[in-house]
Design a protein. Structure first.
Length: 67
């Protein structure tokens, strides 16, 4: 699952946590341009992959292939 951090009614971390609770085998990836939010550092230490924009297609495909 790839999710942007900034969403209209929630943030990607909330969505990622909900998905992990319902489907533990899914490894969420958060895609963001936000570099100052401390929650992203915590999420990355908690097993949620955080990728910072801009990211090229080859890198994104490589990361998805690792998951």
């Amino acid at each position: 699952m790839i999710c942007d951090f900034r969403l209209p009614d929630a943030n990607g971390l909330d969505v990622a946590e909900m998905v992990r609770r319902c489907f533990p085998c899914i490894k969420p990836i958060i895609l963001t341009g936000e570099v100052l939010d401390e929650r992203l550092k915590i999420a990355s230490s908690d097993g949620i992959r955080v990728i910072y924009k801009p990211v090229d297609a080859a890198t994104l495909l490589s990361i998805v292939g690792e998951s």
